[in-house]
Write a protein that binds this ligand. Sequence first.
Ligand SMILES: NC(=O)c1ccc[n+]([C@@H]2O[C@H](COP(=O)([O-])OP(=O)(O)OC[C@H]3O[C@@H](n4cnc5c(N)ncnc54)[C@H](O)[C@@H]3O)[C@@H](O)[C@H]2O)c1
Length: 317
Amino acid sequence: MWFKELVLRVVGGTWEFLVICALCVYYCMETVLLTITPSFLRWQKSLKGKRIVITGGAGGVGQELALQLGRLQAKVVVWDTNERAVEALRLRFYNEGMELQSYIVDVTDRHSVYKHANLVKSDLGPVDILINNAGIVTGRTFLDIPDDMVEKTFQVNVISHYWTIKAFLSDMLKRGKGHVVSVGSLTGMLGTYKCTDYSATKYALHGLHESLLTELKTHGYDNIHLTLVSPFFINTGMFAGCKPRTLSMLEPKNVATRIITAIRREETFLTMPASYRFIIPIKFYVPSKLCWAVMYRVIQGPQSMMGLVGRQDTTAA
Ligand SMILES: NC(=O)c1ccc[n+]([C@@H]2O[C@H](COP(=O)([O-])OP(=O)(O)OC[C@H]3O[C@@H](n4cnc5c(N)ncnc54)[C@H](O)[C@@H]3O)[C@@H](O)[C@H]2O)c1
């Protein structure tokens, strides 16, 4: 009896091992092939007619996303707290002959989120894509961050995602399709100076993203896609005063274009620049003293962040 059990275990284990080896070869080859295939030859889903909610959609990256998605004939809904920026965006949509649905919503207020989610659903129908883009940064060293700003940063950058995802995910599960995009940051993969609160919220997004992905996959919701975006600094004013030494800041227009491509290709993780996806994890394999030396002497991360003052202009996006 024990011999039969042993044989079954060995056969089962060997089979699992072979399956994993085959999957490893298949997925690695798929990734290499997709990476070297020219962009115009790669499959991308159409966003025409898709109902898309963008939080913080009147800000730097948000408004670029809204405009580019509008031009792809998506039905764009913007939620933002900045009334003047929303009005300016409405005008830009109008000038291009496009329609924008916009609501003044503070994403940290879950009652407002649920109320406006119901409004969007009754006006437009079920939402196909949710883009959690709203974010704030304090930009101070640890002891200088006011307590209320620690709380607010967590509320806006991560806790609000629970309300917005809850507001739309049930419908996605019922329909068996949907897409949730979270705009994180490279500081969610590598902590840096003046970012003890901000970076922690972006790390938290990684946990939320990976865990939710696991739940969806486990329950067979393979057509509900998640995309976590982790960009380097973007020239929107959010990181005003910061002077990166190794790369120049990304432009919001290009970031939005790349995020839209990631949505259309149903990519799960997107870092910008792409190479950082491979470079940052090296920190786990080298001595931490070496990590610090590279950070301080080569990347000069802390030096870049010394002048950070954060967003100064809160009326225009
Ligand atoms: N700017 C960068 O260098 C950078 C780098 C990496 C990641 N990011 C992330 O990209 C996203 C967009 O950043 P951005 O540079 O466009 O910022 P931004 O400041 O230009 O725009 C953010 C928008 O979010 C809105 N917002 C803030 N709090 C809100 C709330 N409680 N409810 C609803 N809307 C709210 C603001 O009004 C603004 O319109 C953020 O999540 C940010 O953390 C930015």
